[in-house]
Design a binder for this molecule. Structure first.
Ligand SMILES: Nc1ncnc2c1ncn2[C@@H]1O[C@H](COP(=O)(O)OP(=O)(O)O)[C@@H](O)[C@H]1O
Ligand SMILES: [Mg+2]
Length: 221
């Protein structure tokens, strides 16, 4: 088992109100498994993915990556565990605006102490079909191109798990299909596990297993 979640709950505070989004959720992901998480808009998919990525702390419960529990690690160790083992792809790309396509990829490797980052970044940029855009800044790229850079960035540390949050949600149909095909090809090629958040049932079927997030917990689809 590569990732497990135990009794995970999360609430947001809105003034005096508490919004209970996740309610004692459990999840297991095996090495090499691809899992889709479906759910209506507002059901808490992005909240769950951010918790899996260790980007937020849950109100209660545990997220374990490769046997280490986020909550039991120092900030430094948590950052290292996340950086080395998880590649995250967001709907809105989240590229750094002042870095070029190539630099966005290599920087993610540098901050995680990966060797030969420039050579690896160039190879990944080529793999996602964007060698000719290496020196372009994000605002000089199309949406599909930005997301392909973000896919390459997610892979620079050779992570064990890719977490993707509606990665084609901001793209037109043609680019959406290309990016999704690319993600599934690379997951297969690199033998990583995948947690794939989507509201598209057809896309969810490309994963080994599908779960639905509803009412704050997960159920089989
Ligand atoms: N930072 C926040 N503060 C308060 N409420 C939030 C915050 N982030 C998300 N929410 C609310 O939590 C619910 C779940 O959001 P989200 O996880 O983004 O759902 P999904 O990704 O499934 O659309 C939504 O109702 C949203 O409005
Ligand atoms: Mg979302």
């Amino acid at each position: 088992m590569i990732l497990s979640v135990e009794n995970l709950s999360h609430e947001y505070k809105q003034g005096d109100n508490k919004l209970q989004i996740l309610k004692g959720l459990n999840l297991k992901l095996e090495d090499g498994e691809t899992l889709s998480i479906m759910g209506k808009s507002g059901s808490g998919k992005s909240t769950l993915l951010n918790l899996l990525a260790g980007l937020m702390k849950p109100t209660s419960g545990e997220v374990n990556i490769l046997g280490s529990s986020f909550s039991k690690l120092s900030d430094k160790k948590r950052t290292k565990l996340r950086g080395r083992n998880l590649g995250v792809i967001f709907q809105q790309f989240h590229l750094l605006p002042h870095l070029t396509a190539l630099e966005n990829i290599s920087f993610a490797g540098e901050i995680n102490d990966i060797d030969d980052v420039l050579a690896k970044a160039k190879k990944l940029l080529e793999r996602v079909g964007l060698s000719h855009r290496a020196d372009h800044f994000p605002h000089e790229l199309s949406g599909g191109e930005m997301q392909r850079v973000a896919v390459a960035r997610a892979l620079i540390t050779s992570p064990k798990i890719i977490l993707a949050d509606e990665p084609s949600g901001s793209l037109d149909e043609k680019n959406a299909n290309e990016v999704i095909d690319l993600i599934f090809e690379l997951v297969e090629e690199k033998k990583t596990s995948l947690v794939f958040v989507t509201h598209d049932e057809d896309l969810s079927k490309r994963c080994n297993r599908s779960l639905i997030l509803d009412g704050g917990s997960l159920r089989e689809s």
